[in-house]
Write a protein that binds this ligand. Structure first.
Ligand code: HAM
Length: 544
């Protein structure tokens, strides 16, 4: 059988490299704590609609990069009602009337009978539910139908019959109030939810903010996350299909100051601090404002007009975007299109006074804090939810995928997914790219390679009969806080020395004599000295 390999665009992270990953994560957690952020962990998959409504249908992420599947069958009450009313339609046929809908959001359509005379005196409707639906739902259904009957003045013509098994497998049929009972072979109404592996985490955080009513605390929520994200992109250096982000969001009701430009500046200053503490040098903060949603709409129209004469000379994606979402043209990376894009009107010219004032306050605070930035009017970012401040930290060492991190403000996102007004700003950095950048510097090239030096001792049992005693000794030392590697008594002494030399600072020999006398033989690899150490002093000795 062919060997199974990791899927294209995914990778295994192995020691010692994982040590560097952990170091970066630990440094980020420390910085977040100092800026008073708490950790949030949202699910790795969400309802597909969440991303369509937040990141935006027309973005590359949603239109071509999401891992989406339809989740297995579940009982779907609204579908059952739809099927049931379709039966009703079949029997009545004719002009449409709307039945009063007991289920908001589910459209119930039925037709009025063309000719009363053609109907029998009694029409039975059979509805079976599996599993059971609530008594309220059944009553509401019966009522809806009764009302329809009353409105159409067909007394006695219709009779609703409902049969209700108590559970899917149960044959006991329970009478419900206002309902005639008739046994009917239960029909299952399956439906399936569309789910998507998260391509980013902001949408999930805002969903959680709404779901847990965090806005009602009246406080700013400062939340950070560290975790994998998934995009079906073409893999290359620094671009993977499963990649990790370290991100943070500041979100809250306007009364908590969530709209303040100070929040933007604080997040950017924190990022500069974090990158400095990670010893990442040579980054550039690129900064822009995409204005309010009204500004963006206005700019979209300006762009749309400006694109009409030039779009036919651009790539196929740009030709489509020029019509559907002109702003996205600015994301284009096709070299031949760049000169055309550079000549397009800039978003800065479409900002209203408020947006200009907001942006000026952000840059003034950054100037005061000494955080350097470069204005980039083309930086509109590849996600639709941004308003006002947008930014990226780029690094020359990364090649084509040069964005270490990106982010911005998203003042309308909460409302777009059905929540209260909750302006926010946040960022996400590519952990894979941070690791690449750090690995490129000399100090980190051997990151983790000297992890061996952290192993205080290698215990070499002399003969298999010493294995259990060696485990006991290792347990003692490990419980005292030492990092210990445990050998195997089946090894010859030379093999134990070779193995120990590769991974530990010292080797501790444990034979019958050592066990009896309580005096252990310890050899230090760096100095080459061999010592006899009483077992009671071993921890102290190894700690030196
Ligand atoms: P984004 O620009 O799509 O923004 O991604 C942020 C960062 O994630 C990028 O700058 C890059 O470092 C990393 N990244 C993205 N895609 C990949 C990939 N395929 N492989 C490796 N690294 C990648 C967002 O995701 C927004 N949610 C950021 C945000 C938070 N905005 C406001 N709050």
């Amino acid at each position: 059988m062919a060997t199974v390999k990791a899927v294209r665009g995914t990778r295994d992270l192995l020691p010692p490299e994982t040590e560097l990953w952990n170091r970066i994560e630990a440094a980020a957690r420390k910085v977040f704590a100092r800026y008073h952020f708490g950790e949030i962990r949202t699910p790795i998959f969400e309802d597909t609609g969440l991303f369509a409504r937040s990141v935006g249908e027309e973005t590359d992420i949603v239109s071509k990069e999401m891992y989406t599947w339809s989740d297995g069958d579940r009982f779907d009450q609204s579908k059952m009602i739809a099927v049931w009313t379709q039966g009703f339609v079949r029997q009545l046929q004719g002009r449409p009337v709307i039945v009063q809908n007991p289920y908001p959001g589910v459209e119930l359509k039925v037709d009025r009978p063309p000719d009363r005379g053609t109907f029998p005196t009694l029409v039975h409707e059979f509805v079976a539910f599996r599993p059971t639906i609530s008594a309220e739902a059944i009553t509401a259904l019966a009522k809806a139908k009764d009302q329809e009957v009353a409105r159409n003045d067909y007394p006695g013509l219709f009779q609703l019959r409902l049969v209700v098994p108590t559970t899917a497998a149960d044959n006991t049929w329970i009478p419900r109030e206002n309902v005639n009972i008739e046994k009917f072979d239960g029909q299952y109404f399956p439906s399936s939810q569309s789910l998507t592996l998260r391509p980013e985490n902001t949408a999930g955080v805002v969903r959680a903010y709404i779901e847990h009513k965090l806005g009602e605390t009246g406080q700013l929520q400062k939340l950070y996350y560290i975790g994998p994200q998934f995009r079906r992109e073409r893999p290359q250096k620094g671009r993977y299909r499963q990649f990790w982000q370290i991100g943070a969001e500041v979100i809250g009701p306007p009364s908590a100051g969530s709209e303040s430009p100070l929040r933007d500046a604080e997040v950017l200053e924190m990022l500069a601090t974090l990158l400095d503490e990670l010893h990442i040098e040579g980054w550039t903060l690129e900064l822009n404002s995409v204005g309010s949603s009204a500004d963006r709409e206005r700019y979209n129209e300006v762009l749309r007009a400006a694109l009409i004469p030039v779009a036919p000379r651009m790539c196929a994606d740009c030709q489509r975007r020029a019509v559907t979402n002109p702003l996205r043209v600015l994301d284009c990376k096709v070299p031949e299109d760049q000169a055309i894009i550079e000549a397009l009107p800039k978003i800065t010219e479409s900002l209203d006074q408020e947006s200009k004032k907001h942006f000026a306050a952000v840059t003034a605070a950054l100037d005061a804090a000494g955080v350097a930035y470069k204005l980039n009017p083309r930086l509109v970012r590849g996600l639709d939810y941004y308003t006002r401040t947008t930014f990226e930290f780029t690094h020359g060492g990364l090649g084509a995928q040069n964005a270490l991190l990106g982010g911005g403000r998203y003042d309308g996102l909460s409302e777009a997914i059905g929540g209260p007004k909750a302006p926010g700003i946040g960022f996400a950095m590519g952990l894979d790219r941070l690791v690449l950048t750090l690995q490129a510097t000399e100090a980190n090239q051997n990151a983790g390679a000297d992890a061996a030096a952290n192993v205080a001792a290698y215990i070499a049992p002399l003969g298999e009969s010493m294995n259990a005693a060696a485990l006991v000794l290792a347990r003692e030392l490990r419980r005292a806080g030492l990092s210990v590697e445990l050998g195997d008594g089946s090894f010859r002494l030379k093999k134990s020395f070779d193995a120990a030399d590769k991974c530990a600072r010292r080797i501790v020999i444990l034979g019958e004599d050592e066990l009896q006398s309580g005096i252990l033989t310890v050899k230090d690899f760096a100095s080459g000295t061999q010592s006899k150490v009483p077992r009671a002093e071993l921890v102290n000795f190894l700690n030196q």
